[in-house]
Design a protein around this ligand. Sequence first.
Ligand code: DAH
Length: 341
Amino acid sequence: MKENLEQLRAMALDALNHAHSSAELESLRVKFLGKKGEITAILRQMGSLSETERPIIGQLANEVRAVIEEAIADKVRQLEANNLSERLISEALDVTIPGKEFLIGRRHPMTIVLDEAKDIFIGMGFNIAEGPEVELSLYDFDKLNIPTTHPAREWTDTFYIEADESVHLRCQTSPVQVRVMENQKPPIRVISPGRVYRKDEVDASHSPMFHQIEGLVIDKGVTMADLKGTLNLLVHKLYGDKTKTRFRPHHFPFTEPSCEVDVQCVVCGGSGCRTCKQSGWLELLGAGVVHPKVLAGCGIDPEVYSGFAFGIGLERMTMLRYGIDDMRLLFENDLRFLSQF
Ligand code: DAH
């Protein structure tokens, strides 16, 4: 029995030496020290021993148990230490690796200028109105007094949606005027920014989609002088007090009289350059005194009320603001361009 115990000790220590996981350790512990384990099996045979042998073997058995327990505890500590150093290696952070670049967006230059324009108009008591981009020809043409023969109605100019030409992508923001006048009573003071669509080829100053800001003022006694004062104030706030404007006679079916408004070229200051085609002026908008037929068609009595309206090109307004000479830059979304604003 003494030999058995000593053999057992040697076997157990050897097996523990070769254990590599806590699961292995646990099964060895059960095998040697468990209730049905090897030491217990030997102790069961103690009954056959003599009185003198029994305490000696008993003590030896306790020693062997203690040695194996100690060896298991050692091994547990060793495995834990190994695990830790493996994790320290595999989960190591290299704090010297450069971080991921975090790009923060910013407002598009057209949004910046639109926000400024909105602030200026809101400061003059205007509200913001909205209208649909898919519009009825009734609002975009008929109620704006645009004759059936007008080139804007051609399939070559406008993106029609219905074959009977009753619905199309609006080619101007002016139909919002009609929608507002049909739904509000004077006094009216609104602007309406938004997208418009025309079958234009893309070049430095054209795109099939662009933006306008429509404006409409209706009240008693409103005249061309109010139109000039309002638009001059806008230009002075946007481009500086000294910026000159020029009101040129023009024709729009929905205004009478009508005009186009030019701003002194911001690139050359009026002396003539490539951007203004040597004229010293850049066209910014169309405007006029609302035609009595348009008022009457929207249920507003032209004998009592009058008003003015305008349509500003937002791309133009932005290009003038920053001296940008090619409209395509506003649509390409090249970060090298956009990050300058
Ligand atoms: N809708 C015109 C255009 O797209 C611009 C315009 C001119 C709007 C005169 C108006 C206006 O409201 O009164 O060319």
